[in-house]
Write a protein that binds this ligand. Structure first.
Ligand SMILES: C[C@H](O)[C@H](O)[C@H]1CNC2=NC(N)=NC(=O)C2=N1
Length: 96
């Protein structure tokens, strides 16, 4: 089972990611798109990667924004390497 990361380790991991923040035992980022369709397209692409990684984000959508929050239920709702790995994948989807 994945173990919770220390705050220092989380901050270190986020240094490699753009505009992700660590708050309330989650890592979070708000993504912006041109329109609702592109936002939903992003969510759909995330769904394939989440199933691959057997790790699932919390997703909040309003029109052209998608807020992603990641934590690991199986680790008491804390942030683990699994969240960092999925954040990196999501970041690469956004940039490509
Ligand atoms: C059985 C299955 O592997 C687990 O329930 C997975 C699925 N997706 C998950 N997603 C997240 N975010 N945290 C988990 O602990 C988790 N566990």
């Amino acid at each position: 089972m994945a173990e919770p990361l220390s705050t220092d380790k989380i901050e270190e991991a986020l240094a490699d990611l753009t505009n992700w923040s660590h708050e309330d035992d989650k890592i979070t980022k708000e993504f912006t798109f041109d329109n609702f369709r592109d936002a939903i397209g992003f969510i759909t692409r995330i769904s394939f990667e989440a199933e691959e990684q057997v790790h699932h984000p919390e997703i909040f959508n309003v029109y052209n924004t998608v807020t992603i929050s990641l934590s690991t239920h199986d680790a008491g709702g804390k942030v683990t390497e699994k969240d960092v790995a999925l954040a990196k994948t999501i970041e690469s989807l956004y940039n490509n």
